[in-house]
Design a protein around this ligand. Sequence first.
Ligand code: SDX
Length: 394
Amino acid sequence: MQPAGVMSGPIPENKDQSMSTYVKGLEGIIAAQTEMSFIDGQKGILEYVGIPIGELSEKSTFEETVFLLWNKRLPTQAELDKFTSDLRSRYKLPEGMPERIRSLPRTAQPMHVLRTQISALGMYDPDPNANLVEAAREKALNILGYTPTIVAEFDRMRRGLEVVPPDPSLSFAENFLYMLNGEKPTPTMARAFDICMILHADHGLNNSTFTARVIISTLSDVYSAITGAIGSLRGPLHGGANEGVMKMLNEIPSVDAVEDYILGKLERKEKVMGFGHRVYKTRDPRATALKSLAKQLASDTGNEELYIKSRRIEEVMEREVGAKGIYPNVDFYSATTYHCIGLKLDLFTPMFAMSRLGGWSGHIIEQLADNRLYRPKAEYIGPHNAPYVPIDQR
Ligand code: SDX
């Protein structure tokens, strides 16, 4: 469509004959190779370095899973002990960071806090731009260790509570819940949170992971790449959906009201949060694992109605759009799980980010190990040979 008054002169011959077809949203386009996650969207399969996600969520820990993703193999006991102690030595924030967190407005959104503080971490790193693989791994470990402390310190501060210093004798999951609540979590809650961290750690070339790879492919720094990924994850079509699911569950007044609520959204062509996926056209295997976790925790914590509402939503959605391949994704039952663990709604997406730091870092390491600058093309569909019209004639 030519803007008014623009002559459409001869279109210059397209010198670049390699013009491929335009695929909106890069749907189905392979833009990277990875040895971390394998996803079969038709069969509902997810493996981390070949190990089925169900095996890992049952038998592994988040620390072991991150080692697996970064090293492409499971650790020996000695390697796991070393990785764990290296990570725990990074629970305590660098000098200056606690003051930064205390200076933030209490009304700041936690995902904005995370995006900003992780970006700030780069200023406390003596060599922030180093991006050889070993240096990138070190920075990734810094960010992985510091992030739970950033989230917990901000949440305590905004509630007017004393900050609880990290406890390096605790696991990643235990330590986060301890810093957040001021008391050690029960083994059940700690393990439930650990399983959530395993399930969210990596997932192929999702939008935020692609963002991280695109940024690091310019040989920029790890802090910039992770900051960009957090910005992407916050979006409601991506990691922000888990908060949207919780808002929906709170909005629906009763189990009996579910059907009308969902039918209304579908009629208005509104997306139901926690459903659908660009790759899965059947059940997301993570949703299956989180569903049983949510059921157990809902019963343990007196939140049965949340789980029953969720099941009813699932039934209505399966009947109405199941044939279109729209099923629960990772965000649907993670909402109930996080709620039952006692997390506030606006901390749900930061939980996703805390876990996905493992995957983002693994992809950053892969990209640096075999880098090629990302630079796709845009198909020009505007006018040619347009005249420059003087301003007094416009
Ligand atoms: C994550 O990529 C990853 O791996 C992401 C992730 C990860 O681990 O990193 O798995 C995490 O982001 C999970 C997704 C979380 N997002 C949501 O739950 C938001 C709601 N879901 C939708 O916005 C949607 O399903 C997407 C964005 C997830 C995927 O959308 P697509 O592939 O772009 O599909 P689409 O929007 O083109 O929808 C195709 C059809 C449309 O209907 P028609 O126009 O063809 O009639 O399906 C419908 C859509 O309206 N549809 C939905 C729906 N999702 C798709 N209808 C109602 N509710 C939904 N949730």
